[in-house]
Design a protein around this ligand. Structure first.
Ligand SMILES: [Zn+2]
Ligand SMILES: [Zn+2]
Ligand SMILES: [Zn+2]
Ligand SMILES: [Zn+2]
Length: 350
């Protein structure tokens, strides 16, 4: 009886099924893969780092895993180290500290930083840049978001662009407590149309929009948090395949499939506090870039066709293969199962 249940147990999430056909049904819709966050102790796959965190830390953790995690687990990236000592060294490097934005803010008040050049990407494929905005309010009640400040950084946290933006319609609420923006900062600021064109050209990097492909081109990978909104406010269009959004990356989302705030992600995964008091978009750029780099550096097994949507994987769990699938072990089924999202570790493969 016990062996029978074992046979019907998902090799990824460990869910048990009474009948083998139900396990096959489960595999068909769960898209388990090597790219899912995984417990370093029992090897359970989780849909997100948040559910892995619940598994290791709680509420309701798995006791055996929690005990080991408490002794030699990193509370930021959730990796398990070889010894408490190794944990100590690792965690020290895994935790970031906040960037100083005070001086930058003052520089930005004096003028803009504008290093947006069209040029070659690196040898290792398209370079990533992070973008963040700060919004002021427009419209009669001040609730309409208008971009008043924008920043772009490169992978090394260097500022490529940092400027105030003059919105196209009147500002009715400067939201001073969080933006620190005064009317005189925007009076002679760069017009939004010009900002839009500069950023658009910089991202495409000499490549026509219709030609942009995720791989092998010169266009830049764009990192950010809630980029749909930022791009919409800046009236910039950019192909979805080039966007890495920390608000929409499944491993960084809540178990409920809602987005986490950037403030929460930075606290939980990078170990420092952001967005207190007056906010600088540079601080947001750095946090999203660090999150992106951490996700990109994940070491996952290399597959030739990593996505469930790749044509080569279309029939992996086809219903006409039901009887063949029911003869497989749970481990064999996991081996042919593929991810339904693009894992950022794939960006490091050039
Ligand atoms: Zn499962
Ligand atoms: Zn991966
Ligand atoms: Zn575990
Ligand atoms: Zn770590």
């Amino acid at each position: 009886m016990a062996a029978e249940t074992q046979r019907n147990k998902c090799a990824a999430c460990f869910k048990q099924f009474n009948k083998l056909e139900h396990l096959v049904d489960h595999m068909r819709i769960s898209y388990h893969s090597v790219h899912e966050p995984m417990c370093g102790i029992c090897k359970k796959h989780c849909r997100s780092f948040e559910s892995l965190r619940e598994h290791l830390i709680g509420p309701l953790p798995k006791p055996e895993c929690k005990d080991i995690f408490t002794i030699r687990g990193c509370k930021f990236c959730l990796a398990i180290l070889d010894s408490p000592n190794a944990r100590w060294f690792h965690q020290d490097r895994c935790q970031f500290s906040n960037v100083k934005t005070g001086l930058l803010g003052r520089l930005a008040n004096l003028g803009i930083r504008d290093n947006l050049n069209i040029g070659n990407g690196g040898a290792r494929g398209p370079l990533a840049v992070a973008l963040a905005c700060k919004m002021v309010g427009g419209g009669s009640d001040g609730s309409l978001d208008l971009c008043a400040r924008v920043c772009i950084i490169d992978e090394n946290e260097n500022i490529m662009f940092h400027t105030y933006v003059k919105p196209t319609i009147p500002v009715t609420n400067y939201r001073y407590e969080t933006t620190g923006i005064r009317p005189e900062y925007l009076r002679d600021a760069m017009p939004q149309k010009l900002v839009q064109k500069k950023i658009q050209d910089f991202l495409c990097n000499g490549e026509p929009m219709w030609k942009i492909r995720p791989r092998g081109g010169k266009a830049r990978t764009l990192v950010g948090h809630g980029l749909d909104h930022d791009l919409d406010r800046l009236q910039i269009e950019y192909p979805a395949g080039m966007i890495r959004d920390t608000a929409k990356y499944p491993p960084l989302m809540k178990t409920s499939k809602l987005s986490n705030s950037l403030k929460y992600l930075t606290q939980a995964y990078l170990g420092y506090d952001i967005q207190n008091g007056i906010q600088d978009p540079y601080e947001d750029c750095v946090a999203t870039m660090r999150l992106y780099m951490r996700m990109r550096s994940q070491m996952h097994h290399i597959e030739n066709y990593p996505l469930a949507s790749d044509p080569q994987n279309r029939n992996n769990f086809a219903s006409w293969r039901q009887s063949e699938l029911e003869r497989m072990t749970p481990g064999q089924m996991l081996e042919i199962s593929r991810s339904d999202y693009y894992c950022w570790c794939l960006d490091s493969r050039g």
